[in-house]
Write a protein that binds this ligand. Structure first.
Ligand code: C2E
Ligand code: MG
Ligand code: MG
Ligand code: MG
Length: 277
């Protein structure tokens, strides 16, 4: 009896697994030509400085609108791109497009306060070996000042291979590029890594920011991250600010920068220009 049930269970799970695999294979096939078909685009979420509320730059976020599937979540298609290796084609295209948009912003605004563009870089891109060349090609071809390009890496991208990561990040920072650790606090090992991996700052994951008003532990952790980062001489961005109260408390605790729906949703490059904050 149990054996039969077990068999049925197995058959059920394997069918579900097959469907999941098929979906991924399908997504991968569709994603392959998506850039050339114009289905992929970048949106930009503004980043603000907390001391004076000035807009200082934006994070580039990739969007995929498929004619039949509709919007596919980045968490899904970035993972497909990462697993399949497609990210090594998409990553440079994203970098180039983001740099080109940022150059246009500087041309249309006064040069006194140039805006940076922050681009997410996946673990595989970091390991690919040609990231510095890919980046310098984007900078050269678009004419963007290296200081205005920020890279966002997740903790998982640098963990395990810290020697290589440190050397690479030092090289990138030597070019004038800023480097941020994204989703900081979710990787558990964060604090000790900061001593070994050269970054300009950390982005506190939005899961901490979400409960900063309700959960004393999350407020304590957030406050500790800010204090620790500052004592190491690096800066802090809070992501996922959805309420005025969160903004206020982060500012009170000395957080440097923030982004989130309360401050501004991701918008197209043209809409971003029109913000004129
Ligand atoms: P991330 O880098 O941590 O980006 C922040 C995510 O939080 C974005 O989701 C953004 O839309 C969302 N967000 C911003 N403000 C708020 C808020 O106030 N509340 C909430 N609930 N969410 C907020 P998105 O665009 O879906 O991107 C998800 C992840 O996909 C990104 O997380 C990033 O890891 C990855 N990703 C997106 N674009 C790219 C890309 O061009 N390259 C790579 N490698 N990864 C990308
Ligand atoms: Mg990011
Ligand atoms: Mg993040
Ligand atoms: Mg996140």
């Amino acid at each position: 009896q149990a054996k039969v049930a077990g068999k049925n269970c197995f058959r059920f799970y394997s069918r579900a697994m097959n469907q999941a695999v098929e979906r991924r294979v399908h997504l991968e096939q569709e994603l392959r030509g998506a850039w050339d078909r114009g289905e992929l685009s970048l949106v930009y979420q503004p980043v603000f400085r907390l001391v004076d509320g000035a807009m200082i730059g934006a994070e580039a976020l990739l969007r995929w609108r498929h004619p039949e599937l509709g919007f596919v979540a980045p968490s899904v298609f970035i993972d497909v791109a990462e697993q399949s290796g497609l990210i090594e084609v998409l990553g440079p295209q994203v970098l180039h497009a983001a740099c080109a948009d940022a150059v246009r912003w500087q041309q249309e605004r006064d040069d006194e306060h140039p805006l940076f563009v922050a681009v997410n870089v996946s673990p595989r891109q970091l390991r690919s070996g040609d990231l510095p060349e890919v980046i310098s090609a984007s900078l050269r071809e678009t004419g963007l000042d290296a200081k205005l390009l920020h890279l966002e890496l997740t903790e998982t991208a640098v963990i395990g291979d810290e020697l290589h990561a440190s050397a690479l990040l030092s090289e990138l920072r030597g070019m004038g590029i800023r480097v941020w650790l994204d989703d900081f606090g979710t990787g558990f090992s964060g604090l000790s890594h900061l001593r070994r991996v050269p970054v300009d700052g950390v982005k506190i994951d939005r899961s901490f920011v979400a409960d900063v008003l309700r959960d004393p532990d999350d407020l304590a952790l957030t406050t500790a991250i800010i204090a620790m980062a500052h004592s190491l001489g690096i800066m802090v961005v809070a992501e996922g600010v959805e309420k005025e109260g969160q903004y206020a408390i982060l500012r009170e605790r000395g957080c440097d920068f923030a982004q989130g729906y309360w401050l501004g949703h991701p918008v197209t490059a043209e809409e971003f220009l029109a913000l004129r904050v």
